[in-house]
Design a protein around this ligand. Sequence first.
Ligand code: SAM
Length: 214
Amino acid sequence: MNIYVKDEEIATKNIVPQKRVYGEQLFEENGEEFRFWNPNRSKLAAAFLNGLEKLEISQDWKVLYLGASTGTTVSHISDIAKDGLIYAVEFSPVSMRKLVRLCEIRPNIAPILADATKPKKYMDLLEKVDFVYCDVAQPNQTNAFIDNINLFLKDVGLAMIMIKSRSIDVNQKPQKIFKQEEKKLKEKGFSIVEKVKLEPYEKDHICFLVKKNF
Ligand SMILES: C[S@@+](CC[C@H](N)C(=O)[O-])C[C@H]1O[C@@H](n2cnc3c(N)ncnc32)[C@H](O)[C@@H]1O
């Protein structure tokens, strides 16, 4: 993977030299330019720094990203899957405007203005993908995640969901919510490949890396 990890820092090899995406620092290592990946701005960076080890994003992967926002995390996946393609779904027109500008300089990102809870509406725009990533921070997001996997994930693919307990139920203990969402995923036919909590970068968050059962 085009990732640099050292001590508490993580970075990706910049496929668009000299260009920052969200004000991150650039640096050179062995003649190559990297962009620092801020774990306080990106849950995937937090997961890697907290020990996520079973996710190896290949440089030619096709990725479906739900909840792309303005493209902070998407941009780092675009560095890693440099010869692949990231279908970036976002339903806020305001965020989408910024995301489209990012796509103009990063040709491996395809923006899709759509509601991730209605995947059939963008079926014609997608192919089967190697990886589905979900960070829409909504109470019903596990259902949307499953629906998208069932439509778009290759049988051998991997999928990851970022769970913020307070987005699901502010009155429940995070641990209870995490168990409930894990159970839902298992009942729907997935096995948990790895789970990682995101503290201290994100309070009361966990991520699940899953694959389909056969
Ligand atoms: C927590 S932010 C995502 C941050 C982003 N993943 C990152 O790391 O750069 C959640 C995003 O999901 C979007 N969102 C929420 N519900 C959605 C839905 N049903 N369909 C598509 N996008 C949605 C929000 O507009 C917001 O931009």
